[in-house]
Design a protein around this ligand. Structure first.
Ligand code: ZN
Length: 188
């Protein structure tokens, strides 16, 4: 049976994918980078880095739109940092928050997450346009969830995951390698 060295447990082969995506595994596999940013250790093929930007105690109760706006500059530095080394990347975002169902007493809480599509970014991309798009996609999904499953109300914000992947062009195009001094400035 596969052994997860981060969680120190053996995992049934059929459950491996679920295990890697579980919060227990993710909690065991994060490394703090600065105040509210953690690096998620990941073995996904083609993954450059996954970051977890966590809501501070004050931000937890903020609306999703306020939280996403607060962390805007951090997201910009994380993406720009990867682009310094990789020139072209694929990025997607997953927003995690808690909802409350008040139908029964006591109310039931559940963690939900909402994903964006993959964005292909070149070093000369327009961050503001990208981020507006990300905010729109995520806020629309949160809103749709509240409307579709009436009874669930937004309770608190947990974090935003930023998944940065290698861009693999279909043709044999190549990018110029950056000097070692820039390459070595890497969080991972
Ligand atoms: Zn694990």
């Amino acid at each position: 049976m596969p052994y997860c060295s981060l969680c120190n447990i053996t995992v049934d082969r059929k459950r491996w994918t679920g295990h890697v995506r579980s919060n227990t595994h993710k909690n065991n596999s994060t490394v703090p980078i600065c105040d509210n940013v953690e690096l998620i250790k990941s073995a996904f093929k083609g993954r450059i880095a996954s970051y977890k930007v966590v809501a501070s105690n004050e931000e937890v109760r903020n609306s999703p739109s306020l939280f996403l706006n607060n962390i805007k500059n951090q997201i910009k530095s994380l993406i720009n940092h990867s682009l310094q080394t990789h020139t072209c990347i694929k990025v997607n975002f997953e927003f995690f928050c808690t909802f409350l169902l008040i139908k029964n007493e006591p109310g039931e809480e559940t963690m939900k997450s909402f994903c964006t599509k993959n964005f292909t970014l070149h070093f000369n991309y327009d961050f503001n346009a990208l981020y507006t798009n990300v905010e729109c996609q995520l806020l629309k999904k949160v809103e749709d969830f509240e409307e579709r499953d009436s009874g669930w109300t937004f309770l608190s914000t947990s974090h935003l995951e930023v998944n940065i992947n290698k861009y693999q062009p279909l043709s044999g195009s190549r990018f110029i390698n950056l000097p070692k001094s820039i390459q070595s400035k890497n969080y991972t």
